[in-house]
Ligand binder design. Structure first.
Ligand SMILES: O=C(O)c1cccc(C(=O)CC[C@H]2O[C@@H](n3cnc4c(=O)[nH]cnc43)[C@H](O)[C@@H]2O)c1
Length: 219
């Protein structure tokens, strides 16, 4: 069977290098720093997918953890990738674009691949939210949690990567290492180095899962 070709998309070069450190010397994995935010991530991913053949797309990087489910330094594998602020504010509250009759706000990675990746890495599984604005208050964190009770992490690219993958008919996975808690903004409390080290460790353990995965296994 030919090797699986995997495209890993991070936001920034430091994340790309953390993933590359774990995958160095392997075959079939391309790692790309596609920019911060869902639009940059979708555009970069779509460009890469248009220029080479891939079987699987992985969104990866650091993220903010909802403290009860994803403490600092932990790793989360998304079992749902959700656009958390793609919608409209109304007098009755937030309405997702699907409630307005448009598009989608959720992509589901293959369940078997999520299970295998979480088992190999010791990661938790849960919803990973994609936001365009980093949460900076307790009130916003509580609002997101109320809307998405299974939210473990928020980051800024997963949904964009997933939209591009879906356009090309490809499955998607998202792996996040937690650098900070979702809530009141405190940049000094971000543990980026620890999260990048956790990301490298997670990809080292994920590598055999990806190498053994078959593109036909979309369950
Ligand atoms: O300053 C650095 O050295 C550095 C190294 C790696 C990454 C960064 C970033 O700032 C990446 C931004 C990236 O991180 C995700 N992220 C992290 N925490 C959160 C959060 O609480 N809410 C939303 N996104 C978060 C996000 O995906 C950004 O693209 C800096």
């Amino acid at each position: 069977m030919p090797p699986v070709n995997v495209l890993v998309v991070t936001a920034v070069p430091a994340e790309r290098d953390a993933v590359t450190r774990a995958l160095a010397g392997g075959r079939g994995c391309e790692v790309l720093a596609g920019g911060v935010g869902p639009a940059a991530a979708a555009a970069s991913t779509a460009r890469a997918l248009a220029t080479a053949r891939y079987d699987l797309v992985v969104s990866a990087g650091i993220g903010g953890g909802f403290a009860d489910l994803a403490p600092l330094g932990s790793v989360v594998v998304a079992d749902a990738i959700v656009a958390a602020d793609l919608g409209a504010e109304t007098p009755d509250g937030y309405v997702p674009v699907t409630g307005l009759g448009f598009g989608t706000v959720e992509h589901l990675p293959p369940a078997a691949l999520v299970r295998q990746t979480a088992a190999a890495t010791g990661a938790a599984t849960g919803t990973v939210l994609t936001v365009s604005t980093v949460t900076g208050t307790a009130a916003r964190a509580a609002e997101l949690r109320a809307r998405h009770p299974r939210a473990a992490v928020e980051a800024m690219e997963g949904f964009g990567v997933a939209e591009a993958a879906a356009l090309f008919g490809l499955p998607v996975l998202e792996i996040r290492a937690v650098s900070n808690a979702v809530g009141p903004r405190d940049r000094d409390a971000w543990r980026i180095g620890d999260a990048l080290a956790a990301l490298t460790d997670a990809f080292g353990k994920t590598r055999p899962v990806l190498e053994g995965w078959t593109p036909y296994d979309h369950r």
